[in-house]
Ligand binder design. Structure first.
Ligand SMILES: [Zn+2]
Length: 114
């Protein structure tokens, strides 16, 4: 006579939940770190594009930079929800920043090179 099982036992269910919990504990931080690194790279690429467009804008406008980055051709969005801005340093050099300070790798942003 065969023994028919109609459901999982409590121990089987608990072991399955435990294995899934261990996988989550190991995988979730790695996933979140990878997502953060991707957002950081995308934001830096956007700032580099904006710095190049600022440089072209300055060339076409007697060396003047614009604070209104909406005037530039592309209008990239920060993947972290930050806003881009252009500021001048004490030496008169332009820098494109993200309002999410962690996205400015060295706290300076990306320089607008003439
Ligand atoms: Zn950003």
């Amino acid at each position: 006579m065969f023994f028919h099982r109609k459901a999982f036992t409590l121990v089987e269910l608990l072991i399955t939940i435990l294995v899934l919990a261990i996988l989550m504990v190991v995988a979730l931080p790695l996933y979140l770190a990878a997502e953060y690194d991707k957002a950081l790279g995308d934001c830096h690429a956007n700032m580099t594009i904006l710095a190049k467009e600022e440089s072209r804008f300055a060339t076409a406008n007697k060396g003047l930079l614009t604070k209104d980055l909406q005037l530039l051709k592309s209008n990239p969005k920060c993947p972290g929800g930050g806003k881009y801005e252009c500021e001048l340093d004490k030496g008169g050099n332009g820098w494109v920043h993200c309002s999410v300070k962690a996205h400015d790798y060295d706290g300076k942003g990306v320089e607008v090179k003439p």
